[in-house]
Design a binder for this molecule. Structure first.
Ligand code: NAP
Length: 504
């Protein structure tokens, strides 16, 4: 089996210098570039490992891929799109929106495609980051990491997976050349990706064995095509689209009450159980699909067609754990062997173990991975003590389970812009959070996390890192995050000028 983990090219060359290096060209990297342009800066470069912009929306092309947050909210506030065709847009439309936005803001000439970053080191003497990508060297005083929290696939350590002789691939690396028609297909995982592609492939495949470890909570998805009249109105009256956006924002924010008071999730759970009863008449199958943890502990999923697809005669929901994979089959712990032609891994990503962490070295020569010791931490989810002029978009504790992460990215972008302005205005060459400021923020996050559905929901989720801490999610209303990041407080940072002095 071959599962690619990224692309690399080795071309020797001289060091390229710029003002700001941005890693990644998804929502985060493009948003940063656009905000820099709006600030009148074009001394930046984006290093992108793939051949196009779009990040997760470029990579996740699996059948049925769509956003489970309404597009009027899941888009840049500074690049509203009146033309969305559905409330919940499909992947090609989101990818096209990102590409178009990059073109409109003339970002593409600043992107170095097929440049996978292999190391980033702070050079204290020179006062800049040295970044290596595709065998080339780049240097800049400021490094913005926008490589995405959900960019590298999690390939499960199931014995024998490497020895499988059929076709195997991860949902984020979909093999469109492989014809699934009539095939015996195993799907491993029942998360946000699987519930979208399972109903899309079920009518095509011969047999579908769905290996489920944990049944997710699923609520109906109220998707509808957005008519021409609405699009025309939004084109002519942007305020109308902003009002719709605000309405969606407020409705989704209501989930936070439940996340912070797990017992209040009972109302939404009743909706989900009604949805399950209506979709799955067979009580035995329904029992298999009934979650035993509090809703919200794992991401709440939205789908109208996943549960009905599981009732079709060519689908089997397997709840026995996988013991091993052989050349042409999967064997479960109860020793049942199922022959399959293909395995599709819907097993998610590695957000608490970001691939750049072991290769990013700060002021004292330590890597981010060494500083974090398995539990990522950052001041305001954005800057890290010991790592000067490093800004991480969608860094630790900035993820969400209920609404648009683009909102969080935009809050971070404003913070980075404020920090950069401060540096320019005061002659600061390098800044990083004071360890005590970072520790206070992390303590505040941990305090807000207490008693929430993520720590008291009775599930093991990928939100938790190897130390058991939730270092992934923001545990409160998102407007609180935005308000917290809306000011740049110099007293929270250690700053130096060009000659190593403290600034005036
Ligand atoms: P995921 O939510 O992490 O789900 C992974 C699935 O694989 C889970 O069901 C997990 O079971 C299962 N799994 C993992 N390792 C396994 C193993 N060794 N054996 C058996 N089962 C295993 O991954 P995802 O579905 O790709 O979604 C990841 C995230 O991407 C989402 O939470 C969401 O943030 C984002 N996403 C968003 C959208 C959107 O519409 N905006 C769409 C897709 C994805 P357990 O539950 O037991 O761990």
């Amino acid at each position: 089996m071959t599962i690619s983990r990224g692309r690399e090219a080795a071309v020797a060359g001289a060091e390229t210098r710029t003002g700001i290096i941005i890693i990644g060209s998804g929502f985060g990297g493009l948003g940063m570039a656009i905000r820099l342009r709006q600030e009148g800066r074009d001394d930046f470069l984006i290093l992108e490992r793939a051949g196009d912009v779009g990040g997760t929306w470029r990579d996740n092309t699996y059948p049925g891929a769509a956003c489970d947050v309404q597009s009027h909210l899941y888009s840049f506030s500074f690049a509203l799109n009146p033309e969305w065709s559905h409330s919940f847009s499909r992947q090609p439309e989101i990818q096209a929106y990102l590409r178009r936005t990059a073109e409109e803001y003339e970002i593409l000439p600043r992107v170095r495609f097929h440049h996978e970053v292999t190391s980033a080191e702070w050079d204290e003497a020179a006062g800049h980051w040295r970044v290596r990508a595709a065998g080339r060297d780049f240097a800049a005083p400021v490094l913005v990491m926008a490589a995405g929290a959900l960019s590298d696939p999690m390939i499960p350590a199931i014995p024998g997976l490497d020895a499988f002789r059929g076709r195997a691939f991860h949902s984020s690396q979909w093999d469109h050349a492989y014809d699934l028609a009539g095939k015996r297909v195993a799907v491993i995982g029942t998360g946000a990706s699987a519930i979208q592609f399972v109903p899309a492939i079920q009518p095509v495949v011969g047999r579908l064995h769905l290996f489920q470890r944990t049944p997710p909570w699923i609520i109906p998805r109220h998707d509808r095509p957005l008519g021409r009249a609405g699009q025309a109105l939004f084109r002519r009256v942007p305020a109308a689209q902003k009002a719709v956006r605000a309405g969606i924002y407020l409705a989704r924010e209501a989930f936070v009450f439940g996340f912070r008071n797990p017992r209040a999730m009972a109302v939404a759970q009743r909706t989900a159980l009604r949805h399950l009863r209506r979709s799955v008449p067979d009580p035995v199958l329904r029992a298999k699909l009934t979650p035993d943890f509090t809703m919200g502990c794992k991401r709440v999923l939205l789908s109208n067609d996943y549960l009905p697809a599981l009732t079709r005669p060519n689908v089997e929901v397997v709840t026995d754990a996988i013991a091993e994979i052989r050349a042409r089959s999967i064997i479960t712990r109860d020793r049942v062997e199922r022959e399959v032609d293909a395995i599709i891994l819907g097993t998610g990503f590695r957000p608490t173990d970001p691939p750049l962490a072991p290769v990013t070295r700060g002021r004292e020569g330590r890597t981010l991975a060494e500083a974090w010791k398995g539990s990522p931490q950052a001041h305001l989810g954005t800057t890290v003590a010991g790592f000067p002029n490093l800004f991480i978009l969608l860094g630790p504790n900035t993820g969400l389970g209920h609404t648009s992460v683009v909102y969080m990215i935009e809050a971070q972008l404003e913070h980075v812009i404020r920090a950069l302005r401060h540096m320019r205005e005061t002659g600061v060459a390098a800044l990083e959070p004071r360890p005590e400021a970072q520790a206070a923020f992390v303590a505040e996050v941990d305090r807000r996390m207490r008693g929430t559905v993520w720590t008291h929901g009775g599930c093991a989720s990928w939100y938790l890192d190897e130390t058991g801490r939730n270092s992934t999610l923001w545990p409160d209303f998102t407007w609180r995050f935005r308000r917290r990041l809306s000011r740049f407080d110099p007293s929270e940072y250690r700053m130096t000028t060009m000659d190593g002095r403290m600034p005036r």
